[in-house]
Write a protein that binds this ligand. Sequence first.
Ligand SMILES: [Zn+2]
Length: 349
Amino acid sequence: MPLVSTRQLLDEAAKGGYGVGAFNVNDMEQIQAIMEAAKETNSPVIIQASRGARAFAQDNYLYHLMLAAAELYPQIPLAMHLDHGNSFETCESAIKLGFTSVMMDGSLKPDGKTPATFEENVAVTKKVVDYAHERGISVEGEIGVLGGIEDGHGAGGSGLDHVTDPDQAVEFAELTGVDSLAIAIGTSHGAYKFTKKPDGSVLKMNLLIAIHNRLPKTHLVMHGSSSVPKDLQDIINQYGGKLKETWGVPVEEIQLGIKNGVRKINVDTDNRLAITGAIRKVFVESPEKFDPRDYMKPARAAMQKVVATRMVQFGQAGHAGDYTAISIADMAKGYANGSLSTKPLVAAK
Ligand SMILES: [Zn+2]
């Protein structure tokens, strides 16, 4: 299957009542791990790259690795997504390269750190939407500001500093015409999300439900949604790592989100933990080894296991064969003729 639009994946997920994991990559082994997990579980999937990943890997390497993935797994609907675009120019360059969807994170100023005003967010997001839809590319916006920092991007601080206001979410969706909406409900980027198992005082699932009730047809996106499982932390620390005790977003909370309009779930940290744990284990147990394949193979396998588990938990498993790809050119026609309208359905309070 050619690379498909994230919008199509999310529309199908809404029909089927499931969520789709969006997994971050920086290199070939991570792409391989995700595609093998998708094959193993027969799942549609979103692979995403941040600005940091694009700088690390170089755009052309990333793009051609993604093309290789699409070529090698023709049965898997696969979207290539830009995670946290910080400006119109970043999104434009991703679209020119061949990404099939972009996130314009206008919740922060272009420095990727300072919270932007609502008006600034609307203006830059709308500009990206107009440019992207004309080219058949779907757009994710963000309203409210996530906590933490990852890849140098983020406002830092707690995920509770700038949670999403439901009325603003409605206004933002109406003014921008985004295909999907990332919301801030207390989650943070990185491994250190919560200092204890999160309850309703730090992870605002009620807020998510309130937003979904106002925007019942809008695809919601959960960022910072690694679960940071204890067993992955333990492997790292058992083999010489020094992770401090930490908690992520419990899978059952994500599943509650999926019942309430969440269609895209971003996961990065869990895979980083799995890779690091596997590599540390080889280094400690077999210090005589020096062939990178001796540790990259188990690292890749460990990541595949995490991704496959999430695919089953999010409900996307088994759905790869439900539909055929709509070409990006046809997506552009759909945006132009209104069949892919992004005017949100707004329910009364
Ligand atoms: Zn994010």
